[in-house]
Design a protein around this ligand. Structure first.
Ligand SMILES: Nc1ncnc2c1ncn2[C@@H]1O[C@H](COP(=O)(O)OP(=O)(O)OP(=O)(O)O)[C@@H](O)[C@H]1O
Ligand SMILES: [Mg+2]
Length: 546
């Protein structure tokens, strides 16, 4: 990208005042520039607004217009999109910093671990100073109150677990990649477990219920559940076992996580930044996105209606959002769309972060009031189509060819439109984004570890507990049924044996003799060497029959 010339070196004073915008990189606004004239009034707000960056005149020059987003409109949801390496995460970091400073808690999944830098002060550099100067930013290094979580305790953060029951059949069907029939069957299984007072806490519980329903003992119960075939239950069971083999067991169980933790405001009035660590995302993309969806739905259930608050109760960044929509069932899509639509009135803003806006289902995309579009690359006909669709989703803009602007954006630049305080879209603005004031790299793992261990939540959630649930009660039920079956079989044998003396009179030798003679033969070395495994199997089955 083309940066404006570097600002003078910091004056050597401590970090707080290190970078001042002394370089006149901001061109005096040209009153007759039509873009400036169109954009400037659109970003003048009455209330508090977060500073995103400066309006660019072209690839080199900036105007003095500040591109901002009203704090009160952050619950109207948003999108941060762009090709890899174009600045999405830094944009997220930049917004998070200002939200926290304004007392708004933030939740974000920290896919690559780089958001953990929010806990460490940024490092001044010439490049950074130049950027800050060009957009009129008084840059100084800052740290933010970060709490680290780890999904299922895989990683160093505070473990986040959920019970299978609260996770629910729809979301589980999505992670198990079930079809519609299987999904509704799973719903019936959940319903059955509830009515039968079989708590579904972890995956072992669900497996026990499925196994029970396909067993001899459970057949009658299965028949009672209209529309549930034993074959379908078998398929679900197989999918569940495969899912467990991927290491999913750790995500489900107790102590169950209370998502209200994410709403915390620290003693100094700053919003807490909760980062969810997701190692090995590539191995289990579905579980991750579905988990985030669950968190959102759970928050929705817990929060009261607030209408349109002055500022959000929480802003939730949904990174790698395409994973949520890939292969989603109709029902799952409805869940997402509904949750996103309704959670606004609970004061929660959701920002989806993904490579292309076309990754997001159109019903959800239509609800995203703020759009920060970083560079899109066009290498294939599909990319070209995606670009065209992206351009078409913008309100009319002052740029003759918005598509060209989007494909030629520099790193850390974006096409921005947000919702103004009246709820109308602001003019489309080619923006150079501000630089985050915290570290643009991961925080030192030792510091993360120390912060985690020092957190009071760590003591609450660190150790998994296994309370009695469906697996245990079905285990004893199945054991009791098996014991009854065994007793019945033994009774039959005893009855047979009662008749046996008569039969044995007609035979020259007893079973005992018979067996011991055969045993002698079997044990002889000549016999052993002549026998192969298959023959031994055959012999054993002959023994059984006698
Ligand atoms: N606002 C910004 N201020 C300063 N530097 C930036 C900014 N945005 C991006 N950069 C630079 O660009 C690099 C890549 O940005 P970032 O990590 O945010 O990209 P990304 O779109 O999240 O990439 P990926 O898709 O790989 O996650 C950063 O490491 C930083 O050097
Ligand atoms: Mg990123």
């Amino acid at each position: 990208m083309t940066e404006t010339p570097a600002a003078p070196e910091p004056d050597g004073r401590p970090a707080e005042t290190a970078v001042a915008p002394t370089e006149p990189a901001t061109a005096p606004a040209e009153p007759d520039n039509p873009v400036v004239a169109a954009v400037r009034p659109g970003y003048e707000f009455d209330g508090t607004a977060l500073e995103l960056g400066g309006l660019m005149l072209d690839a080199e020059n900036l105007s003095d217009v500040h591109i901002r987003i009203p704090l009160g409109m952050l619950n109207r949801h948003g999108l941060v999109a762009g090709a890899t390496g174009t600045g999405k995460t830094k944009t997220l970091q930049l917004i998070t910093e200002q939200l926290s400073a304004n007392g708004v808690p933030v939740f974000a999944a920290d896919i690559k671990g780089d958001l953990s830098g929010l806990a460490s002060p940024g490092t001044p550099s010439d490049k950074l100073a130049a950027r800050a100067a060009s957009v009129g930013q008084q840059w100084s290094p800052k740290t933010f109150p970060v709490q680290y979580y780890a999904l299922g305790g895989v990683g160093s953060g505070i473990p986040v677990r959920v019970t299978v029951e609260t996770f629910g059949a729809t979301l589980l069907a999505k992670v198990l990649e079930l079809n519609d029939t299987q999904e509704s069957s799973l719903g019936l299984v959940f319903h059955y477990a509830k009515n039968a007072s079989l708590p579904l806490i972890d995956l072992a519980d669900l497996r026990a219920v499925l196994q029970y329903l396909t067993s001899d003992q459970g057949k009658a119960d299965l028949t009672g559940l209209g529309g549930l075939s034993s074959a379908t239950v078998g398929v679900i069971l197989r999918e569940l076992i495969a899912f467990q083999d991927q290491g999913a067991e750790a995500f489900f169980g107790e102590p169950a996580f209370d998502s209200a933790e994410f709403l915390a405001v620290e003693g100094d009035g700053r919003g807490r930044v909760s980062l969810l660590e997701l190692p090995n995302l590539a191995d289990r993309p579905a579980i991750f996105s579905t988990f985030l969806m669950w968190l959102l739905a759970d928050l929705f259930r817990k929060l009261p209606e607030v209408g349109d608050p002055d500022k959000p109760k929480l802003v939730f960044f949904f990174d790698e959002a395409h994973l949520l929509f890939d292969g989603a069932s109709k029902e799952f899509l409805d869940t997402i769309t509904r949750t996103v639509r309704l959670i606004r009135s609970k004061g929660v803003g959701v920002f989806f972060v993904t490579q292309s806006p076309t990754d997001i289902h159109e019903d959800v995309l239509a609800q995203l009031g703020s759009r920060i579009q970083h560079q899109l690359r066009v290498n294939t006909p599909n990319d070209a189509k995606a670009l065209k669709q992206t351009v078409n989703t913008y309100p009319t803009s002052s740029y003759d060819d918005l598509g060209t602007v989007i494909t030629t954006l520099g790193i850390g630049e974006a096409i921005v439109t947000v919702m103004n305080e009246r709820g109308a879209p602001t003019p489309v603005a080619w923006t150079r984004l501000r630089a985050p004031e915290s570290l643009m790299a991961a925080t030192d793992p030792a510091a993360i570890d120390a912060a985690v261990k020092a957190s009071p939540s760590y003591a609450t959630y660190a150790t998994a507990v296994n309370n009695p649930s469906a697996a245990e009660s079905l285990g004893s039920k199945m054991a009791a049924a098996q014991a009854a079956e065994r007793a019945e079989a033994e009774a039959k044998v005893a009855a047979k044996q009662a008749k046996a003396p008569k039969e044995s009179r007609s035979r020259p030798r007893s079973h005992q003799d018979d067996d011991s003679t055969l045993e002698k033969v079997v044990k002889s070395s000549a016999f052993k060497s002549a026998m192969n495994t298959a023959a031994r199997e055959l012999m054993r089955s002959m023994f059984k029959k006698r």
